[in-house]
Design a protein around this ligand. Structure first.
Ligand SMILES: Nc1nc2c(c(=O)[nH]1)N[C@H]1C(S)=C(S)[C@@H](COP(=O)(O)O)O[C@H]1N2
Ligand SMILES: [Mo]
Length: 437
């Protein structure tokens, strides 16, 4: 027998917080509370074109996911079917159903640029160099990419890459930054040399505590002296087996927008730590103080705060491990399902530095849960695939919700985790719409 289902932890939405507009299928703006003020359940069902079967369990104020989705695709070079959120800088996320592969193909890996990507003709692997320096590096050295590849053993690790702001669009009140829905995540296979091997070769002084990176991208202002982003991780993280200086992804060159010819990859940490178009690393005797290491950037309050709060700087802490999370990658949201057939559902789950222990599914807005079959990760920091067969009791509109629990007993919240000033770490249950006919 399976363990008890995860207990509901429905968050109280503060009554005085202004609701965020949500675009409906006709492109009209709906106000979450206004929507339900004007429309009853009957008109909601009419808009969906089906009866909401578990309507008695539908939380007040929740927009059915079939009405809340917006998958307007637009092309960028080398990418297929991604939703482009911005073009300067390029920001593009992946619709959930395109993340169905166990190993994310290059064409489906999201793009998050803080500045302008270096021009492709400047990214010659033959000419590329990486400088290792910083006050806590014994022997500062500049390697050519060729030297890195020939001097150090190669390792291949499949690792989740997820922007800490993935899911930001759902926070209320809205927070500034890219309004990602669910698609700023992927899990390709990275090949490179271990950062530890290279750092040990250069010598790490006993006072070293942090590693910072610099890339070759250009600041949005066009000022070459301005740094786009310069983050990193504590030395203990930098020295892990899985931390790579990656020169290949899925056995090929890393795509241009994703950091070709060299990028840093940390397992289970925000993707902002994984410097692209990598030119320089600094071994620091203090917490790295590069661009986007301070203030609200990639930081969250050390205690829960009321939505909309101002949080003192000294109470903000750097995000480390990403939280437990999952995606339903099949079927595509909005699918029509024959009632006689079992509904086959599958997806992936991941939990930062932890492992996913359980995956539960609900078709009745989180009232009851069914356990899915969950696979093991191919290695630490890879996502885990899961699948299940479900039975829909009668014709009508359903939502499938997926909820993962990690090996520390932490589960995804059903609607929203704690609000924070920059809208990071939204690991809400993913929801898809299904209509049984
Ligand atoms: N040089 C450089 N590295 C960078 C960034 C950047 O703008 N420039 N963005 C970071 C952030 S915030 C994220 S989420 C990931 C995105 O990686 P991707 O574009 O390959 O998906 O790269 C990180 N590394
Ligand atoms: Mo990010």
């Amino acid at each position: 027998m399976s363990a008890a289902p995860p207990s509901p932890n429905w968050p109280a939405r503060p009554a005085d917080v202004p609701s965020k507009p949500v675009a409906d299928e006709r492109g009209e703006s709906l106000n979450r509370r206004g929507f339900f003020g004007q429309l009853g359940l009957a008109s909601l069902s009419a808009a969906l074109g089906a009866e909401i079967v578990f309507a008695d369990r539908l939380p007040a104020g929740l927009i059915p996911v079939a009405l809340a989705q917006d998958n307007t695709p637009s092309p960028i070079a080398g990418k297929e079917g991604l939703t482009v959120l911005n073009d300067r800088p390029v920001l593009a996320e992946t619709p959930a159903h395109l993340l169905d592969d166990d190993v994310t193909p290059a064409k489906y890996l999201f793009v998050r640029n803080n500045g302008h990507a270096p021009a492709p003709e400047t990214l010659d692997p033959e000419q590329w160099t990486l400088e290792i320096a910083g006050e806590s590096c014994e022997r500062p050295t500049t390697f050519t990419l060729k030297e890195l590849k020939t001097r150090f053993p190669h390792h291949t690790v499949q690792m989740v890459l997820e922007c800490a702001g993935n899911g930001r669009s759902e926070f209320n009140p809205p927070t500034s930054g890219t309004q990602w829905t669910t698609g700023a995540v992927g899990c390709p296979r990275w090949t490179g040399v271990r950062l530890r091997d290279v750092l040990e070769h250069c010598g790490i002084k006993p006072d070293a505590v942090y590693l910072g990176y610099y890339g070759a991208d250009l600041h949005l202002s066009g000022d070459p002296k301005k740094v786009v982003i310069s983050r990193g991780a504590p030395l203990r993280k930098a020295l892990e087996d899985e931390t790579l200086l990656a020169f290949a992804m899925n056995g090929e060159d890393i795509p241009w927008q994703n950091g070709h010819p060299l990028r840093l990859v940390f397992g289970g940490w925000p993707a902002s730590t994984c410097g692209k178009w990598l030119k320089k690393l600094v071994v620091r005797d203090r917490e790295h103080d590069g661009e986007k290491m301070t203030g609200d950037s990639y930081r969250v309050p050390r205690y829960p705060v009321a939505p909309g709060s101002k949080v003192p700087d000294e109470d903000m802490v750097i995000i480390e491990s990403m939280p437990v999370k999952s995606l339903i990658t099949f079927p595509k949201s909005g699918v029509t399902q024959a009632l006689e057939e079992p509904l086959r559902v599958r997806g992936h789950a991941w939990a930062g530095e932890a492992e996913v222990a359980e995956l539960w599914l609900s078709i009745d807005f989180g009232s009851t849960w069914q356990r899915a079959e969950l696979g093991k990760p191919v290695n630490r920091y890879a996502w885990q695939s899961w699948k299940a067969e479900m039975r829909l009791p009668k014709k009508g509109y359903y939502e499938v919700w997926a909820r993962a629990t990690d090996d520390q007993g932490r589960a995804q919240p059903m609607i929203l985790p704690g609000w924070n000033p920059k809208g990071y770490l939204n690991n809400t249950c993913h929801r898809i719409a299904v209509q049984a006919v």
